[in-house]
Design a protein. Structure first.
Length: 318
């Protein structure tokens, strides 16, 4: 399915150096903010108080957030779980205020909204749990990166694996840079979004790499730069359809998903936009600069003919 078909190839690689210079500057800016400001970690990572409350009727979460904010608590997470009458509240550690005092203050405010509000559970999540979650999150990220590199190296060739993983890490660092620069809350859902972006971004790179491999078979006389330009141009319609539909869904979560899904959808939005950019101008350009060629993907026989691994007679000399 195609919305349009371009008759002439767009010379993407002609401007690869300029676009990668912009990427490099953006990447350095993200690194700067990560080291200067750091991530604004949520309760799951830093520790805090968890309060579970049951209401006699469905309750407005925005109203609850407003009431709790009057206590001077910042970055409080309020969300439903199980039903619209059950609410889970996460509060960060406040110096000089114990977990029990936090729970009491919050319950007093909540009873202003519903006098029948009942405290079901109140517990303190210590920083040690946060450290464990941080380590597990880093392990998950490392496993994803290693798995992607192995996949690309097996399916294509090591040059493609290096180009693909650099482009993917470029997307991850830029997402983290945005969260550090604007001090948006970095929570477990955001971490899940970052991991999702890794897989989503590599999919676009694989599509382009696949088309490059096909072009090496079909367009034997074209040079590598034109092979890559043709691969990107010929997949543009598919890219617009796929990413456009995905972005519509993510935007709906961003606009209508409420406070709970806001930063999750925001991370996905940034990741999708930069994922498209990096697949074209970072992954493809790096693969070109690493010196990809037909012989990397297509084996040839003694006479220079292609060897098809699915054809038992391919490469035979008579």
């Amino acid at each position: 399915m195609e919305f349009f078909k371009l008759r002439r190839d767009i010379p993407f690689m002609r401007h690869a150096l300029a676009f990668n210079a912009v990427s490099f500057i953006t990447f350095l800016a993200a690194i700067f903010f990560l080291f200067s400001k750091g991530l604004h970690l949520s309760v799951e990572f830093t520790g805090g108080t968890l309060v579970e409350v049951h209401f006699a009727k469905s309750i407005d979460l925005d109203d609850l957030r407003t009431r709790i904010n009057t206590l001077g608590y910042k970055d409080v997470q309020v969300q439903n779980f199980g039903s619209t009458q059950d609410v889970l509240i996460r509060m960060p550690v406040i110096k000089g205020v114990s977990s029990g005092e936090q729970s009491t203050q919050v319950m007093d405010k909540l009873k202003e909204a519903d006098t029948n509000a009942a405290l079901r559970r109140s517990e303190f999540v210590g920083p040690q749990v946060g450290d464990e979650l941080t380590i597990d999150g880093l392990k998950a990220l490392a496993c994803v990166v290693i798995g992607i590199m192995i996949y690309l190296a097996i399916r294509f060739e090591w040059k493609y694996a290096v180009a693909g993983i650099v482009a993917n890490l470029h997307d991850v660092v830029i997402i983290l840079g945005f969260f550090a620069a604007f001090q948006w809350e970095f929570s477990l859902p955001v971490l899940a979004a970052v991991l999702a972006v890794l897989g989503y971004s590599v999919n676009e790179s694989v599509v382009i790499f696949d088309r490059i491999r096909e072009n090496f078979k079909r367009l034997r006389k074209l040079e590598t730069v034109r092979i890559i330009d043709n691969a990107i141009t010929s997949t543009m319609s598919r890219t617009i359809i796929t990413h456009g539909c995905t972005q519509l869904m993510v935007l709906s979560m961003l606009l209508f998903g409420g406070e709970t899904l806001h930063y999750f959808a925001l991370a996905l939005t940034i990741g999708i936009l930069f994922g498209i950019y990096s697949s074209v101008f970072v992954a493809a350009a790096l693969a070109m600069w690493l010196g990809i060629k037909r012989e990397d993907l297509i084996k040839t026989n003694a006479k220079g003919g292609d060897i098809d691994p699915n054809d038992p007679n391919s490469g035979a000399v008579v």
